[in-house]
Structure formats: C-alpha cells, structure tokens
Design a protein around this ligand. Structure first.
Ligand code: SAM
Length: 292
C-alpha cells in the first residue's frame, strides 16, 4: 500500500511541489488524518462491487481511500489547478476518474450510466465544500439518482438540521426535504485539527441512506417542500399564521387554510416545528387544491 496523502507532512510536500495555494472561496479544507478517512469510508460500507462518487477530491486524500475500497471512483473537481496535482497523487490507482466540473452543472445520472455499468451499486462519499452543501445535496437527492447512500462531511450545524427530529430547534424545512428522500443520521463529529487549513466551524459526518419509497405519498413533492418552507418562515408563529403569510393571497384564504389544517388533523394553533413529515404530507395534499 502507498503512503497516505492525508498526513500533514505529505500534504505539505504535495502542496509545495505543485505551488498550490488554498482558495477559501471554494471551501478548500483538506483532510490530513488517515484515521478519519478510514472511518468515513467505513460508514459508506464500500466494497469492490460498489462505485463511489466523490465531490471535490482536493489533492486526493479521500479519493485514494475510496480507490482502495471501491470498484471504481469518479470524482468531480471544480478547481482546474488541482487536476495536475491529482494526476500526480492518484497515479498509483487505475480505478479513479477525475472529471473537471462544477458538480452543480454536471449530468450525474449520465456519468453513473457511463462509468459504473457492471458495478452493483453506487455511493456518494465526500468532504463537501461547506459554502454549497445544501445546493449539492438537494441536487443529488432531487435527481433521484440510482445511488444507495451519501456519506458526507459538512458543517456540524447543517448536520444537526439535516438529521433533526420534530419539536427540536434544529428541525426545519431542510430536515423535511432531506428526510423525505433519505434516512438521515449524524454518525461522527470531526475536530478542526484534522483539516489543513482548519475551518472556522465545527464539522460532522452524516450518513444518508436513500429510501426505496418516500415515507409519505403526496400529490406533488415540490408543493410539499413549499408548504414546509412556508410553515417555518417565522418559527415562533403558529402554522396558521405562517401559511397565511406564505401562501399566495393567504390572508384572504384564512378559512380555507383552517379547513385544510383541520382536514389534515393539525391544530391551527400548533407551530410548524412540531409537525412530522407524515403530517406535512397530509397538510400539503389538503392545501394543494387551493394553492397548488
Ligand atoms: N476531498 C478533499 C479532502 O477531503 O481533503 C477536499 C475537500 S474540500 C472540503 C472541498 C473540495 O471541493 C475542494 O477541492 C474544492 O475545490 C472542491 N469544490 C468546491 N466547489 C465545488 C463544486 N461546486 N463542484 C466540485 N468541486 C467543488
């Protein structure tokens, strides 16, 4: 086995050799601890029958651990300056493909079809750029890709919101959107000291297991998320108040909103943060004929 990229000494040596300087605006905080990488790839449950998709390989710290465990790795990197670095650091591995692309612009479904035929399943594993965590996750989830799970490092505060249960202060429209598609669990807190440079915020790893079927059947998914977002606009207000403020011409439709809440079995005096995903599902369906 080759010496790990993810040690402070080797990382510094690679950065110096290529004259690389970090771009804060791209969320470049590289991992320098092989133990953390072993844990992350362990949570992802990879073996040689699996393909791995990585977002933002950096200098390849996580990529090489994925290459050792998975059948094939495809990594999307936005920063062109890292391409020659990755060609160098990942040269011992013949099962890695780096694609120079913004993940938000990429046709990931097409890449999966093209690159992972013959493999049994696909997992996403990444130390995400924190400035775009939510857009990246929502893009991958909404695309309904043929993937099993996502094991992703992110800002701890976002990890808490994603995995939050009803009636907690972290619970909100992001919890609902992510938990609609996945079973979400925060699996590990990660100290700042394992990054170079160290980020300003605490980090955590979240494991998102894709659901085979959504936990609630709704007329229209987009409308469910709209209702959820609208129910949390002012957290301290009742759901009735929030829906009146967020639905089109909601003020004029108070009676209809009360009727929809009642039909869904939700007391109009409750706060959005107390509703389960099932309750939001019922509510979305009874509001849909009025506002959909
Ligand atoms: N995986 C490496 C590691 O753990 O050491 C680097 C992780 S670093 C937190 C995030 C990486 O994502 C950087 O390499 C950055 O250039 C890349 N990146 C930032 N925005 C991106 C985007 N929109 N699409 C693809 N890669 C992106």
């Amino acid at each position: 086995m080759h010496k790990d990229i993810a040690t402070p000494v080797r990382t510094k040596e690679i950065l110096d050799r290529h004259g690389f300087s970090f771009k804060k605006s791209l969320g470049q905080n590289f991992l320098i601890d092989p133990n953390i990488l072993e844990k992350i790839t362990g949570f992802a449950g990879l073996d040689k029958s699996a393909g791995a998709i990585e977002i933002g390989p950096g200098i390849g710290a996580l990529t090489e651990h994925l290459a050792r465990k998975a059948g094939k790795v495809v990594a999307f990197e936005i920063d062109q300056r890292l391409l020659p670095v990755l060609e160098d650091t990942l040269s011992p591995y013949d099962n890695v493909k780096v694609i120079h692309s913004d993940i938000l612009e990429a046709d990931v479904a097409e890449v999966i079809r093209r690159e992972f035929s013959g493999l049994e399943r696909v997992a996403v594993v990444a130390n995400l750029p924190y400035y775009v965590t939510t857009p990246i996750l929502m893009k991958l989830l909404e695309a309904k890709l043929p993937i099993d799970s996502l094991t992703v490092m992110m800002q701890n505060e976002v990890a808490d919101r994603i995995s939050a249960r009803p009636s907690t202060k972290e619970y909100g429209s992001l919890s609902i959107a992510v938990q609609y598609y996945t079973e979400a669990e925060k699996v590990m807190m990660v100290p700042k000291t394992v990054f170079m440079p160290q980020p300003n915020v605490a980090s955590a790893v979240v494991h998102l297991k894709m659901r085979e079927h959504p936990p609630v059947q709704v007329e229209n998914e987009e409308f469910l998320f709209k209702v959820a977002r609208g129910s949390f606009v002012q957290r301290r207000k009742t759901i009735l108040n929030n829906l009146q403020a967020s639905m089109p011409d909601g003020k004029q439709h108070k009676e209809k909103i009360v009727a929809a809440l009642t039909a869904a079995g939700v007391d109009p005096g409750r706060r959005g943060e107390t509703l389960t995903l099932q309750e939001f599902g019922r509510l979305a369906d009874s509001l849909y004929p009025v506002f959909g």
